[in-house]
Design a protein around this ligand. Structure first.
Ligand code: ADP
Length: 426
């Protein structure tokens, strides 16, 4: 008989794909073997990890749908044996008065039979801090940070007690910085008092990593924690302190994968444009021009014909990325959504072709682009490895046929040399 799989400790429900990778990388860097699943796994599916992050696409879904998806994820994580649960949302608290942070948090709390959960999106390393319940991005209040103009979740109020209060049925409390600064015991006392007063949620102030560590310690016995990746920082230590998690220095080790290397870029964000520019002096780069021939089959075939003779240790780079004026011209000619979907489908099909040619290490730039590639390749899970840049780890994809290493980069992440740096470590 084979030894039983070690049961996971922490189960995370993440409201989007790159946010899921972010918290998984945070936990892996602090000694928990972490796996991100693409959507809710099948009943009975087993995943060997200390922390399992179920990546949903629920951030901007209708609230009822987000609640249903999140409850299904929680049910699977409970079945898998997790002991503590985390609802991960964005560190800019992306939501509307209809949800989805409040409705999802209330539903998860009810399913767990718990009475109270903290809410803390602070992530000081990324310039997100919470003081007096107000969320700051750098030195700006959230509602003056640019987030007030977000197309889907405009954040016009920085007072998170008020924001979350509008999304929940019970009043929301605050654990002020005064208490947080005094450490875990004071935070625990403050949360107990708020729970006794009938608060089911409390925004917790935090401006530095030491605050997040103290909050994590104070929440050791909580069934549910809600927040950004930052507040997950203190949780691995709780599991180690209680003897559930061995000290690991290999949590981020992935097996070596031999095979050709490639980069696919569908991001037009400034950081990615710099990275593609930088790559030109190092690697063969093909620019896909959807205006020249906006035909998926033709663009896919041309890119694969170009790439095939050049594949090897040195990555080939295939990019649809273009500066804003070029993107505007393409969108005007084809329509914004049609252009986006055409390029996503084309890059996903190129990825599939490259894998058929023996590419096994693949960097994808762009959040939506990554989603399209991952689903085309059939990846079910990503085992989290070392970070190439903050928030962007190498991952080992499972469910793709041949084993692949994937690095999925949200547009604005990484420095100019990101692509070269990625392949130095894979
Ligand atoms: P990011 O993470 O930078 O936002 P995404 O992949 O999420 O990147 O989004 C970029 C979107 O832009 C995708 O839908 C992609 O297909 C589209 N796109 C990529 N290149 C072009 C282009 N040259 N013209 C128009 N749209 C493009």
């Amino acid at each position: 008989m084979s030894a039983p799989l070690p049961t996971p400790l922490l189960g995370i429900v993440a409201d989007d794909f790159t946010g899921a990778t972010d918290i998984a990388a945070m936990l892996a860097a602090r000694g928990m073997r972490a796996v991100q699943t693409i959507g809710v796994p099948q009943p009975g599916e087993t995943v060997e990890a200390d922390a399992i992050v179920v990546a949903l696409k629920s951030r901007t879904a209708p609230a009822a749908e987000a609640v249903a998806q999140s409850r299904a994820a929680l049910a699977w994580l409970r079945e898998a044996g997790c002991r503590q649960f985390f609802f991960k949302y964005c560190s800019t608290f992306d939501s509307t008065d209809e949800g989805n942070i409040g409705p999802v948090a209330e539903a998860l709390l009810a399913d767990l039979g718990a009475g109270f959960a903290l809410a803390c999106p602070a992530f000081p390393a990324n310039n997100r801090s919470v003081y007096a319940g107000h969320l700051f991005v750098g030195t700006r209040l959230l509602n003056e940070s640019g987030m007030e103009n977000h197309p889907l979740t405009p954040m016009k109020d920085a007072d998170l007690v008020r924001v979350l209060g509008r999304q929940t049925t019970a009043p929301v409390g605050l654990v002020p910085f005064m208490s947080v600064r005094q450490g875990a015991a004071a935070i625990r006392d403050a949360m107990t008092r708020l729970a006794e007063q009938g608060r089911r949620f409390a925004i917790v102030d935090a401006v530095g990593n030491e605050d997040l560590m103290a909050i994590g310690a104070a929440a050791a016995s909580h069934a549910l924690i809600t927040g950004g990746s930052g507040v997950a920082m203190g949780l691995p230590e709780n599991f180690r302190a209680s003897g559930l998690l061995p000290a690991r220095d290999d949590a981020m080790d992935l097996p070596a994968v031999a095979g050709h290397a490639a980069v696919l870029s569908g991001s037009c964000s400034r950081a990615t444009l710099m990275q593609v520019g930088h790559a030109r002096s190092l690697f063969p780069v093909l620019e896909i021009d959807p205006l020249a021939n906006p035909n998926e089959d033709a663009m896919t075939q041309a890119a694969l014909d170009w790439a095939r003779p050049q594949l090897g240790e040195r990555p080939v780079v295939i990019a649809a990325s273009a500066p804003p004026e070029r993107v505007a011209a393409i969108q005007q000619a084809l329509g914004r959504e049609t252009a986006g979907a055409l390029i996503e489908r084309t890059l996903a099909r190129i990825a599939e072709g490259l894998v058929a040619f023996g590419v096994r290490r693949l960097v994808v730039a762009g959040g939506e682009t990554s989603g399209a590639v991952v689903s085309r390749l059939g990846a079910k899970r990503l085992r989290i490895g070392h970070e190439i840049a903050p928030g962007v780890p190498w991952t080992l994809a499972e469910g793709t046929g041949p084993t692949l290493k994937l690095a999925l980069k949200s547009g604005n992440f990484g420095g100019p040399a990101f692509f070269a740096e990625a392949f130095e470590t894979a």
